[in-house]
Design a protein around this ligand. Structure first.
Ligand code: PHE
Length: 496
């Protein structure tokens, strides 16, 4: 048992069983309060003492005040001293030269105390000898005792920035029910040895401490993006959607762009916007050679009622490997598969996509896309709008607006806006459209099986819901694990 604990016990005993304030006890006042606290807690757990915390104001000197103590005089007395010594009188600038900043502060105070007057630019002493330096005396008292009896003077010194207040912690200590001068070691557990040698019968046990705080249990935590992703998945499942296999980040230009009729000169295919792979740089040719040929034809000269983009289409460009820029690449290959057995279908995916963007508070070079695709016989733009109302309605978003937009693969295309209650304005939440007939027919889908699709980012609703204003705090290497762990496991609110 520590030396400090025995010292405390002895002191309590010799002080008639109580120490009123450890700060006033010469033996204990110098001990740091954490050290004292842990010794007291341990004695308390053995019921040897009871203690309570006392908080006390304590004034400490600022650096400036320490300097005055060191030079042996307050600035006002230093000034009077200089003026008395100068036979020719002293100007303020001479004073400043001799005393530095203390000269300026000091002359002001000395004037106020009527120790000085002015004759032209000369300072004249109004006293014959050095006045008593009360300020210095007060500072010395504070240094020793941490306070002054005169509250007005304390305020004055504080105003002069010569002292500042700190709170110090002391304790009142009293004898506990099991007070003793010797510290007995209390047992915490019964061991097999204690049972064998019967010592358990006489052993003293440490009582349970119901006041101590338990250790916070270590547990895993889901990232907010995963939680919101799961909410979206459940909405999709509840509306009869099947999840697409989106677990591949790398695509060929063919699936990411060409099958979606993004022309090969389109800025979205630029290095500035897109990450291409160096190794392997080239994808295999698509297995469906007929499809591969038809895609080329639609781009180059047009087919299936389209007049095409009319440029020489390059197979090399189409076989470049790229980090997918949208999950629509997956949708496209799933629709191509659907052509083997065309039928009404609902598909969705929620996964990561990559764009070569300058990173800022709302943009990263990667994010997650929530994408849905519906194939149905003779469905129209009206179905798209109606469906969007249902889908976003399930997330608690019931005011939507649509604005005509452009995507190379959809016609018509609509941007989706929602009214944000918190921000009190319309915010863009997604992009949608009816896939172009020349895209679907090239795949071999019957002309009356129409397909609509839409996409939105997972990050945006997550940031709104979890009050994150900087996307870098949500995703990437700057994310704080505390933020992830301390998020509520469940929220009882709507998504937007
Ligand atoms: N690919 C679009 C985007 O990245 C989303 C979308 C998907 C639009 C399907 C229309 C149809 O924003």
């Amino acid at each position: 048992m520590s030396d400090l604990s025995s010292r405390i016990l002895k002191l309590v005993d010799s002080n008639n069983g109580v120490i009123q304030n450890t700060l006033k006890s010469p033996e204990l006042s110098g001990i740091d309060s954490n050290t004292l606290h842990s010794a007291l807690s341990s004695l308390w757990s053995k019921q040897m003492v009871n203690f309570s915390k006392l908080e006390q104001d304590h004034w400490v000197l600022t650096k400036e005040a320490e300097q005055y103590i060191e030079s042996g005089a307050s600035p006002e007395v230093q000034v009077v001293d200089q003026v008395l010594k100068a036979l020719e009188g002293l100007t303020i600038s001479q004073l400043k030269e001799k005393l530095g900043p203390a000269g300026i502060v000091g002359q002001g105070k000395a004037f106020k105390n009527k120790w000085l007057s002015k004759d032209g630019d000369k300072l004249i002493a109004q006293v014959k000898e050095l006045p008593t330096d009360t300020v210095l005396e007060e500072l010395k008292t504070i240094k020793e005792k941490g306070t002054l009896d005169d509250a007005k003077e304390l305020t004055e010194l504080k105003k002069r920035k010569l002292i500042s207040l700190v709170k110090v912690i002391g304790y009142k200590i009293e004898k506990g029910p099991k007070f003793a001068l010797e510290i007995i070691n209390l047992e915490t557990d019964i061991t097999s040895d204690m049972i064998l040698n019967q010592s358990w019968k006489t052993a003293q046990f440490k009582p349970y401490n119901f006041n101590s705080e338990g250790v916070f249990p270590q547990s895993g935590a889901l990232h907010p993006l995963n939680k919101v992703k799961e909410e979206f998945r459940q909405i999709f499942f509840s509306m009869g959607f099947t999840e697409m296999p989106s677990n591949q980040y790398v695509e060929s230009g063919f699936w990411n762009f060409d099958t979606l009729f993004v022309p090969q000169q389109h800025p979205a295919r630029d290095l500035q916007d897109t990450f291409y792979l160096k190794d392997p740089a080239r994808a295999k040719e698509p297995e469906d050679k007929e499809y591969w040929k038809n895609v080329k034809q639609v781009h180059q000269e047009g087919k299936y009622g389209s007049i095409g983009y009319r440029y020489p289409w390059s197979a090399d460009e189409s076989l470049r490997m790229v980090l997918r820029t949208h999950t629509t690449a997956i949708s496209s290959s799933m629709l191509h598969k659907l052509a083997e057995n065309p039928r009404p279908t609902r598909l969705f995916s929620i996964d990561r996509v990559f764009r070569n963007e300058a990173v800022d508070a709302t943009h990263l070079a990667e994010f997650h896309q929530v994408e849905g695709v519906i194939a149905g016989y003779d469905i129209t733009l009206g179905d798209l709008i109606g469906f969007m109302d249902d889908f976003f309605g399930k997330m608690g978003v019931d005011q939507l607006r649509f604005k005509a937009a452009y995507n190379p693969y959809t016609e018509p295309s609509l941007e989706i806006f929602a009214y944000h209650q918190g921000l009190k304005k319309w915010v863009e939440i997604g992009n949608s459209g009816m896939f172009r007939p020349e895209m679907l027919e090239t795949m071999g889908l019957p002309p009356n099986l129409r397909v609509l699709g839409w996409g939105l980012s997972l990050e945006r609703p997550t940031m709104i819901k979890y009050g994150v204003s900087n996307i870098r705090e949500l995703l990437g290497h700057k994310v704080s694990l505390d933020f992830i762990e301390s998020n509520p496991a469940a929220r009882l609110d709507e998504l937007l």
